[in-house]
Design a protein around this ligand. Structure first.
Ligand code: ZN
Length: 152
């Protein structure tokens, strides 16, 4: 797999110095997702604080793409509301489905545009998507909890 050097560096940087790695003890939702084709695993802990801002921590083992993607995602989503996170999630999913045609909107995706080249390699797309699918799952569950609370 050949990626643009700059993007390769961004990915390796996040792999070596991951953001928000290490599971927080204070959480509402825990999800564990596995990417069997590569052996990547991720656990995500998520809660909403009083202002409904996301508090997201993760831990995992796997290839550099999967771990770097989790780090980038946590950096982008922490401190945002679920509504603010949605367009970021949508943009990343679209990027991964683009087969390399989409360079990604840096204003929305920031460091996550570094994964644009990965979308040309079907075997690695699941690596890049692992954390994001785990987040999607966790966000749905945490919304369910807060929805239930409002209805009381
Ligand atoms: Zn992988």
């Amino acid at each position: 797999m050949h990626l643009d050097n700059l993007y390769q560096e961004v990915i390796l940087d996040h792999y070596k110095r991951p953001e928000y790695k290490g599971l927080g003890h204070d959480f509402q939702i825990a999800v564990h997702h596995v990417n069997p084709s590569c052996g990547d695993e991720i656990t995500l802990h998520l809660r909403l604080d009083n202002n409904s801002l996301l508090q997201l921590t993760w831990d995992g083992v796997g290839c550099s793409i999967s771990m770097a993607s989790a780090s980038v995602m946590a950096g982008l989503l922490n401190g945002k509301t679920i509504d603010q996170g949605q367009p970021i999630l949508d943009a990343f999913l679209a990027l991964m489905q683009s087969k390399g045609a989409d360079a990604g909107d840096e204003e929305i995706l920031d460091d996550a545009v570094a994964f644009s080249g990965v979308s040309k390699f079907p075997a690695r797309i699941k690596c890049a998507l692992l954390a994001w699918m785990a987040y999607k799952d966790a966000a749905l569950q945490v919304q369910g909890i807060s929805g239930a609370r409002e209805n009381v």
